[in-house]
Design a binder for this molecule. Structure first.
Ligand code: ATP
Length: 438
């Protein structure tokens, strides 16, 4: 079998030569060019499987060259090299169809690995067969998440860019992180997760980086940290906004160096990790308030994706309900009236809340069909209605008044107070102020 052909376009002589040497040693046929114009000329004569190019070149830049080569050969795979400070242009390259990017200074290990993954299955028989798409079965990918579909595929393809997922609680940030991992070239390697808000501060460091025996009281044996356990794969940092500042500094250092050292250990270890972080906090506000480091923020969010709350993707509710009912294996279905109620609900707890409601209904309903009367009281009573989202337009006071007037006939004072998130005493005081005492 003919070995794959690679073209390197790099204006820095020593770098170009070293990249060429590393890849030749791997058995590839490698040509090189010092400018985009020269690279284009070579591409007219030879079809390369893979092109590795710097973005910043004298004359025509790497992205322009990418577009021109693409026009001649739609199958060529591009890897872009870029300095950390110019990551924006790497994102531009990914959007223009580059397979992935490598940060300068290019690490030989990372280069070998990425080239191998990029060429896997393409060597010598570049086919038109579509690659399997890890998102095909995901609920909402053709519905309320369809605006994210293209971006998701791009993010999965670029297996090394760190990603930040934003969304309210229960919108599926953890679910999406897993899906992205599973659809990426890292799929055969581990996916590890940690909730930065749930692990006590003094344990986070050893959870993430591990420790050696005797590092602190209670460290009775060596412990492997998540970074090492996830090597080659994906690390999911949930609630990153809750990470203590001291830990943020340490995390930043690991992300910069690609090396972790266990607590009490003397030697570092290289790791290759994609970090997917998630938060329901406004990190820019946290940065302004001094509780989140800006430099870490830049490291973790090469890409940002916002997952819409369930109330903004009501079209997905029937499919989600069907999914959770099928999983319950009771054969029960949801009546049209009950489904209508579910679609009118505001779902402050998003998909997780929906899942709980459906599972509970499947358990308690008597008949084959889940009726409106099987739904939780709060939901039937129209608490947290979908139009609660309009409250943003009202002042809190006006909203509170509206809720009291709308619901006081069928709710007790305790239920009303709970719905408004205030105490009964506060509710009474507001009633008195507005002359609404019962
Ligand atoms: N597209 C989807 N299809 C099916 N189930 C989903 C989908 N998205 C999320 N879920 C389910 O919804 C539940 C909540 O998702 P997940 O735990 O990922 O939310 P989250 O945003 O990470 O929440 P939190 O911020 O509270 O940790 C999970 O049980 C998950 O399996």
């Amino acid at each position: 079998m003919m070995s794959p052909t690679i073209l390197i376009v790099e204006d820095e002589d020593t770098l170009r030569q070293s990249l060429q040497r590393v890849l030749r040693r791997e058995g590839y046929q490698v040509d090189s060019a010092a400018t985009a114009e020269e690279g284009l000329a070579l591409c007219r004569a030879t079809r390369y499987h893979l092109i590795i190019s710097d973005i910043n070149l004298p004359g025509m830049d790497g992205i322009e060259m990418l577009a021109r080569i693409r026009a001649m050969d739609a199958d060529a795979i591009f890897i872009i090299t870029t300095a950390y400070g110019a990551l924006d242009s790497a994102i531009g390259a990914l959007r223009a169809g580059a397979y992935d990017y490598l940060l300068k200074p290019v690490k030989h290990d990372a280069l070998r690995r990425l080239v191998r993954t990029a060429l896997a299955g393409t060597a010598d028989n570049r086919s038109d067969a579509p690659t399997p798409d890890g998102f095909d079965g995901m609920i909402g990918i053709d519905g309320g998440l369809r605006h994210m579909a293209a971006e998701l595929r791009m993010v999965a393809r670029s297996a090394s860019s760190n990603l930040l997922l934003l969304g309210e609680t229960g919108t599926g940030k953890g679910f999406l992180a897993r899906a992205i991992h599973a659809a990426s070239a890292r799929a055969t390697k581990p996916f590890m997760a940690i909730n930065c808000g749930a692990v006590p501060e003094h344990l986070i460091e050893s959870e993430m980086f591990g420790h050696v025996k005797g590092a602190f009281t209670g460290a009775v044996s060596d412990k492997t940290g998540l970074f090492v356990a996830a090597d080659g794969g994906t690390l999911f940092l949930d609630e990153i906004g809750d990470m203590p500042l001291a830990m943020q500094v340490k995390l930043l250092k690991v992300l910069e160096d690609g090396e972790v050292r266990p607590l009490g250990g003397t030697r570092g270890r290289k790791v290759d990790i994609r970090v997917i972080s998630a938060t329901n906090k406004d990190l820019t506000q946290a940065i302004a308030a001094g509780t989140f480091r800006q430099d870490l923020y830049y490291r973790i969010n090469l890409f940002t994706m916002s997952i819409p709350p369930l109330r903004d993707r009501r079209e997905d509710i029937p499919a989600l309900v069907a999914h959770y009912l099928a999983r319950h294996e009771s054969g029960k279905t949801m009546s049209a009236e009950a489904l209508a109620k579910l679609q009118a609900h505001g779902w402050p707890g998003n998909i997780r809340e929906l899942q709980n409601v459906v599972e509970r209904c499947a358990l308690i309903s008597q008949g084959e069909e889940i009726e409106e009367s099987d739904l939780p009281t709060a939901l039937r009573a129209g608490m947290n209605p979908i139009d609660a989202q309009d409250r943003g337009a009202l002042s809190i006071e006006a909203y509170t008044k509206k809720v009291i007037l709308e619901h006081q006939d069928r709710l007790s004072e305790t239920e009303l107070a709970k719905m408004l998130g205030i105490t009964r005493k506060t509710l009474w005081e507001k009633r008195r102020k507005w002359g609404l005492l019962r």
